[in-house]
Write a protein that binds this ligand. Structure first.
Ligand SMILES: [Zn+2]
Length: 129
C-alpha cells in the first residue's frame, strides 16, 4: 500500500461527479466527507461526519478526520489517519480496534468541543442575604 504523505481538501455543497485523487471533499451541508481511497485503488471512501461517525477538525488551515479511516470492505484494506492534512499509515486491520483505543490520546487535545454549555445559575449559591 502506497499512501501519499498529504491530502488536500475542499469544502463543497454538492459532491462533484469526478473527484481528484488525494483530495478530501467536505460537505458541511450533508455532514459528509468523501475522498478516493488514498492507496490509489480509486474506491470512494465516504466518511459521515456525525457523533457516531467521524469527527472533522478544521483549524482554519488544515483538516483532520477522527478516528482513522479503515477501508475494511475494499480489496486494498487500507487503513490510515488524516491529521492536519497529513496522511499517516495506520496498523493492519486486526489491530484497528487497539489502535483506535490507543491513538486518541494524541489527538484528543486537538478535538475542539463544539458543544455549547448552557449556563445555569443555581439560585442557592448566588443569593445575597
Ligand atoms: Zn484502496
Amino acid at each position: 500500500m502506497k499512501l501519499p504523505t498529504a491530502i488536500a481538501f475542499e469544502f463543497i455543497d454538492v459532491m462533484p461527479s469526478s473527484r481528484e485523487e488525494g483530495k478530501l471533499y467536505i460537505s458541511i451541508k450533508y455532514r459528509t466527507a468523501i475522498h478516493k481511497c488514498l492507496c490509489g485503488c480509486g474506491m470512494k471512501v465516504v466518511t459521515p461526519i456525525r457523533p457516531t461517525g467521524w469527527r472533522l477538525i478544521y483549524d482554519g488551515d488544515t483538516v483532520s478526520l477522527h478516528p482513522s479511516i479503515g477501508n475494511w470492505s475494499f480489496a486494498c484494506r487500507s487503513h490510515y489517519w488524516i491529521a492536519n492534512n497529513q496522511v499517516m499509515p495506520a496498523g493492519p486491520m486486526s489491530q484497528a480496534g487497539a489502535i483506535a483505543r490507543r491513538k486518541p490520546n494524541t489527538s484528543a487535545s486537538l478535538v475542539p468541543r463544539f458543544r455549547i454549555r448552557r449556563l445555569t445559575t443555581s439560585p442557592g449559591n448566588d443569593r445575597l442575604s
